[in-house]
Write a protein that binds this ligand. Structure first.
Ligand code: ADQ
Length: 455
């Protein structure tokens, strides 16, 4: 059996994976099973000409191999095509997408350079597993270099319907390059179906059966593999010293009041302004909650070099100020908006101390916060997950309160329902979701894809 090579934009960590989250845990686990390499960007930008060497970090049978990129790569590949073109389009935001020829050229250039370097470490039996929208064309580039290994691809973010995807200039070339993979995985059945619809409508593709598709002369496996978290590990966090300390801090501030929690990277796809407005509507339509319910929003900035991202932070600060100005009292602040990240155990404490987890993305491949919120609850007195129908997680977490994040009034009414939900119903809903998440955790996700990739 050959080794496994995992490719993703950000790599690692190999140790302390618990600090980094379920994805790192799962990937390191499967890399350990057969030995392997985790390959990608170092996170560093260096001068032209000096990026040639791998940085290697090894822990037993697993190696982390990373490359620097140049300033131009960063601007064109990462901040450009990946985050200004593909991210908005794949999240249905044609209005925010920028189409710039140098972005696309930089994207192909970086993919090609990474493919060229990857090829130098390949043995004939190795399996390659490429992650996410940063590297769509890498499989095709490897094939044109003569690589015949099994290559799989998993897309962490949504794949929109053909109407949206066809707005991307040269979309056909992009999708065609994906057919170089042997297995193509999506987060949800919805995204998987969009991709197959594209192949059938735009590329003369043909459905062979439930999971096989023929297009561009190749037959490939196309399936939904919903990503999970390390459910058991995360469920233990609230009981750790750090978790308990966080719960204590919040309870001493809250007293008898209830807390709604939102946790996201600041990103326009997460629907945070809509969430603030829905909370405001809750206070308007159900005034008995004034003074008794607050919203804690934790949101570290991300990609602030992209304008749409810095704007949204200002918008949120403004909105929170306005809502607080309107409703606050001497002993109650309606919205607490914290612009930073929390360590994972403290985060689990935040979730546990909150009666409602409010997860309202306008589009999301999966959304792991929804799963973490459920995992962190006390099974004897669990909180309620209020979840956007547009998160991939909504296909699995059917016992949550599902909402349309654009419908402010509906979200407010659902919050009211969740706040008043009797304990038996809360336990029933939580139990069903928790059990399913125990079965479908991050490790199973990785093993399922790799089993199909192995053929
Ligand atoms: P993201 O868009 O980053 O991931 P998400 O799935 O919610 O979205 O994962 C965010 C992770 O970051 C969670 O583990 C969360 O705990 C953590 N996080 C967020 N805010 C934090 C904070 N303030 N402090 C500490 N931790 C914080 C992409 C896709 C998703 C898909 C994942 C995994 O956009 O749809 O679910 O990949 O495939």
């Amino acid at each position: 059996m050959g080794k496994l090579i995992v490719v993703s934009n950000r790599v690692g960590p190999l140790k302390d994976t618990g600090k980094a989250g379920g994805l790192a845990v799962a990937l390191v686990d499967v890399l350990r099973d057969r030995g392997g390499v985790w390959f990608g960007w170092s996170g560093q930008v260096s001068e032209e000409g000096t990026f040639g060497d791998f940085k290697i970090e090894r822990s037993r049978n697993v190696e982390m191999a990373t490359l620097d990129i140049t300033k131009a790569d960063y601007e064109e590949f990462y901040a450009g095509y990946a985050n200004r073109t593909l991210w908005p389009i794949l999240h249905y935001r044609l209005d925010l997408a920028e189409f710039d020829r140098p972005f696309e050229q930089g994207y192909r250039r970086v993919n090609e350079r990474f493919a060229t370097r990857l090829r130098t470490m390949l043995d004939p039996d190795d399996m390659i597993w490429i992650h996410d929208y940063h590297f769509f064309p890498m499989g095709g580039q490897l094939r044109s270099m003569g690589v015949e290994n099994r290559i799989g691809f998993f897309l962490h973010i949504p794949f929109p319907n053909p109407d949206i995807i066809t707005a991307l200039p040269r979309h056909a070339a992009l999708v065609r390059s994906m057919l170089a993979y042997d297995v193509i995985g999506f987060q949800s059945q919805r995204d998987r179906n969009h991709f197959v619809e594209y192949l059938v409508q735009e590329a003369g593709g043909e459905r062979i059966d439930e999971s096989r598709v023929m297009a561009f002369g190749r037959e490939v496996t196309v399936k939904a593999y919903p990503i999970g978290i390390d459910t058991e590990g995360f469920a233990a966090f609230p009981a750790t010293v750090e978790g308990r300390r966080q719960i204590q801090r919040i309870r001493s501030v809250l007293g008898p009041r209830k807390q709604i929690v939102g946790v996201d990277r600041i990103d326009y796809s997460k629907g945070i302004p809509h969430r603030f407005r829905a909370f405001e509507r809750l206070l308007e339509d159900y005034p008995e909650n004034r003074g008794g319910v607050s919203l804690l929003q934790v949101a570290p900035p991300s990609r602030s070099e992209v304008m749409a991202y810095s704007e949204i932070q200002r918008e949120l600060e403004h909105l929170a100020g306005q809502i607080n100005g309107r409703f606050a009292d001497v002993d109650w602040t309606p919205i607490r908006f914290i612009v930073r990240g929390f360590p994972r155990k403290a985060l689990a404490g935040l979730y546990r101390a909150s009666r409602i987890g409010l997860v309202t993305p306008l589009r999301d491949g999966m959304n792991l916060v929804a799963k973490e919120y459920v995992a962190a609850q006390d099974p004897e007195d669990p909180g309620v997950l209020v979840l956007s129908r547009f998160a991939g997680a909504a296909e699995e977490l059917r016992e949550s309160v599902i909402v349309n994040p654009y419908a402010t009034e509906e979200v407010a009414a659902s919050l009211q329902t969740a706040l008043q939900m009797p304990i038996d119903e809360r336990k029933h809903r939580h139990g069903a979701m928790f059990e399913r998440m125990m079965r479908n955790d991050a490790r199973k996700w990785a093993n399922d894809i790799l089993a199909d990739l192995a053929g």
